[in-house]
Design a protein around this ligand. Structure first.
Ligand code: OAD
Length: 322
């Protein structure tokens, strides 16, 4: 696993700030810090499962129930996940750019949940169920489908609304992704092993059009050689720094020096979402997950600010007493 230099981060940050148009390609790595397993890492899904048996049209034809069991297993896992600060930083980046396209290989829906708008899903959506005969599609967000394989109202078998190995990507989606990559000044490549085509082909395409490529990934990938800058580390840590979306976070040093923190009313709605995602990731394993899941983003941030304010006032009283 590599690391990155602060100068590289600063260089990439200045390119990103100056660019009017940005395209982003994400892979499973961006959701890793939300607890969604990747495919090819040491603990990745394709290390324990064979994609030929679970993620091809032939596998579905052979044993639709087994394939649905696999999707139920993944849906249950994903249903528990929340967007992390990496997803949230991309939401903030989108609000700052006149042209922004987020191209994802992920089917987990975490980009939408975070609030990303101009999103192209190359490999479909795990929450979409599609009829194998009449083509009808519907969203079913139950973590686990009780009756598998499910059927369409027309009576035919239904399948997960994702793209399997050996299937073409939806034409409109890959065409739009290609156009966005060609026309954007920067391509940010985040959390992908860059080995699955046609998605991985968007990276050399950007280079062929003279675009700047910035990669974020803890490991070296085939993209690293092509990238103008590779930031080797976790997306949930690097992206907020790259985008500057962590600047609203009250810093410990501010608290110590008595600098004034923003009040709840001064924080914008996207900032509240970013801050709540950051707090949730910090509190994972430390706070009761049930209580945490019941707290709205607003309430979580309010409580955090209240706690910080009390801490600062307590510190000030102690100083005055001395
Ligand atoms: P992979 O599992 O192939 O790669 C995940 C990448 O994320 C690796 O390069 C990791 O080093 C990196 N990574 C891990 N943790 C990270 C973190 N915290 N921050 C940033 N990066 C991190 O997943 P994809 O490249 O998305 O396709 O795989 C592409 C496609 O292959 C998937 O969409 C899926 C799969 O089979 C289909 O199902 C059609």
């Amino acid at each position: 696993m590599g690391s990155y230099m602060n100068e590289d981060l600063e260089r990439a940050r200045s390119w990103l700030q100056a660019a009017g148009s940005v395209a982003v390609l994400t892979g499973a790595g961006i959701s890793a810090e939300s607890g969604v397993p990747t495919f090819r890492d040491a603990d990745g899904l394709w290390r324990s499962f064979r994609f030929e048996e679970l993620a091809t049209p032939e596998a579905f034809e052979r044993d639709p129930k087994l394939v649905w069991e696999w999707y139920n297993f993944r849906r249950e896992r994903i249903a528990k996940a929340q967007p992390n600060p990496g997803h949230m930083a991309l939401v903030e980046l989108e609000t700052r750019k006149s042209e922004f396209t987020l191209i994802t290989q992920n089917v987990d829906g975490l980009h939408e949940l975070a609030g990303s708008k101009n999103l192209l899903k190359l490999h479909g959506d795990i929450w979409l169920v599609r009829c194998t005969k009449c083509g009808a599609g519907w969203i079913d967000r139950r973590p686990s489908l009780p009756e598998i394989p499910p059927h369409c109202l027309c009576g035919a078998l239904a399948r997960p609304g994702v793209v399997w190995f050996g299937e073409p990507l939806p034409k409109r989606v890959i065409d739009e992704a290609t156009r966005a990559v060609k026309s954007s000044e920067i391509l940010l490549v985040i959390g992908t092993s860059a080995v699955v085509y046609p998605a991985a082909g968007l990276i050399p395409l950007a280079k062929a059009h003279g675009r700047t490529v910035i990669e974020i990934n803890p490991d070296e990938t085939p993209c690293s050689d092509m990238a103008d800058c590779s930031l080797h580390g976790p997306a949930g840590e690097i992206l907020p720094r790259l985008v500057g979306s962590d600047s609203h976070r009250p810093k410990e040093s501010d608290a110590r020096s008595g600098a004034r923190m923003k009040t709840f009313a001064e924080i914008s709605a996207p900032e509240i979402k970013t801050m709540a995602a950051w707090l949730r990731s910090k509190l994972q394993g430390r706070a009761n997950p049930l209580v945490l899941s019941r707290l709205s983003d607003e309430e979580l941030v309010r409580r955090y600010l209240r706690g910080k304010e009390e801490g600062i006032n307590h510190g000030r009283r102690k100083e005055e007493e001395r």
